[in-house]
Each structure stands twice: as structure tokens, then as C-alpha cells.
Design a protein around this ligand. Sequence first.
Ligand code: ADP
Ligand code: ADP
Ligand code: ZN
Length: 217
Amino acid sequence: MILIFLGAPGAGKGTQSELIAKEFSIPQISTGDILRNEVALVTDLGMKAKAYMDNGELVPDDIIIQIIEKRIKNGDTKNGFILDGFPRTIKQAEELDSMLQKNNLSISKVVFIDVQDEVIIERLSGRRVCPSCNAVYHIKYNPPKVENICDKCGSKLIQRSDDHEDVIKRRLQTYKENTSPLVEYYANSMRLIKISGEKDIMDIFHEILDELLNIPK
Ligand code: ADP
Ligand code: ADP
Ligand code: ZN
């Protein structure tokens, strides 16, 4: 099963893809996590990407496509994988289609999580992440058991440097300009599942699961 999670920053892509990845025992591939890891390790790639990320802009397509091509070749993807935060442009989506086609693979479903702009700022400004295992929390909606400590690995949680109001606004604008056209791109090929992201985390999870298992409601 090959899934894509699509949606604005803060829609819940990371939260839901982590749950679905666990459910189906397939890896969650987040281009944002891969990039932040490169930035932390001060690699050439990380240094190229950093300025774009800090400004809430997209990292150039050629860099992102190389990252994905390399990651998909990893042996852990043989039973499928989840793409979280990729593709983010039509160009990336077209490259992905041809990459998969070459290997006789295709996208099973694109899960589009729909949220209004108003909830995004509150979600992102309250987001806390684990720098070690990339788990995602929210100070109000999904707090860790012990304040500021990751439930899964015990590391101290951090706030992402791009989760501040000025950068959040740029990211939303970037999403609207470059990424939102993908909703139509995938709807045209009948691969889209649209889910409202303004519900409880577990309710959304079960809704996505039902769709993926094709259980009639
Ligand atoms: P969010 O949680 O807001 O959806 P991500 O963690 O997915 O954010 O991405 C953080 C940043 O990394 C983006 O603002 C962008 O600069 C860069 N990035 C991540 N994925 C991509 C991509 N597919 N194409 C271009 N830039 C990307
Ligand atoms: P994305 O990957 O789309 O940027 P995240 O999964 O990181 O989004 O979620 C953004 C923030 O909102 C996180 O702090 C997360 O804990 C919180 N969150 C996710 N889904 C919900 C939800 N359904 N209701 C309330 N808060 C949520
Ligand atoms: Zn952790």
C-alpha cells in the first residue's frame, strides 16, 4: 500500500500518518523530518535547505526528488510506505508518478486532511516535537504524559523554529500557491479521500482507517 497524506501545515498529516503507519506496519516517510535531520547534522544538503525552511518556503524540487528517490529504494518500503509532506508541487507529483511507474508501482490512495486557516495557527503554535524520534504533540490537544517529555523515548520536547506566527503565515501562503492544486490533481485520477481534520485525533484516525479498509458506513 502506497499512501500520500496531503494538507496544509498543521492539518494533522504527521499525527495521522504516524498512526496509520503503525497500524499497517509500513514506514512513514516525512520529507520535513528528513530535511530537519540533515540541518541538524550540518550536511551540504541541510545547509542548502535551511534558508528555505526558515522562511517558510519550499525547498527546490530537484533536491526533494533526490531525497525521495533515495529513501524509497530502502528495503523497508517493499510492503508499501506513507508519504507525509511529499509531494508539495505538481512537478513533484509528476516525478513521483513516473518514478513509481518505472517500478510497476502506483499510489493506492491520497488522504487529504481538510482544515480551516483559523485552526492552523493555534495548532502549530502549540505543537511540540521530539527531536530524537519525531513524535508530535500539542500542549493542549495531545499533551505528553509528563510535561515536555516524549512518551515514546524520554527526550525533551522542542518547539520547531518555523512554528512561530510570522513563518506560519508564510507557510500557509506557500501551501495555497504551490501545494493546494494537488487536491485537484489527485481528485482527477480518483485517488483522493477527503477527510475533515477538525475532529478528535482518534475519530479522524478511525475515519481514515475505515476508508482504507473500504468498510461501508
Ligand atoms: P508541516 O508540518 O508544516 O507540514 P514539514 O515538516 O512537512 O512541515 O516541512 C517543513 C519544511 O520543510 C517546509 O516548510 C519546507 O520548507 C520543507 N519541505 C518539506 N517537505 C517538502 C517538499 N516536499 N517540498 C519542498 N519543501 C519541503
Ligand atoms: P502536519 O504534519 O500536517 O503539519 P501535525 O500532525 O504535526 O500536522 O499536527 C499539528 C499540530 O496539531 C500538532 O501539535 C498536533 O498534535 C496537533 N493536532 C493534530 N491533529 C489534531 C486534531 N485532530 N485536533 C487537535 N490537534 C491536532
Ligand atoms: Zn521521542
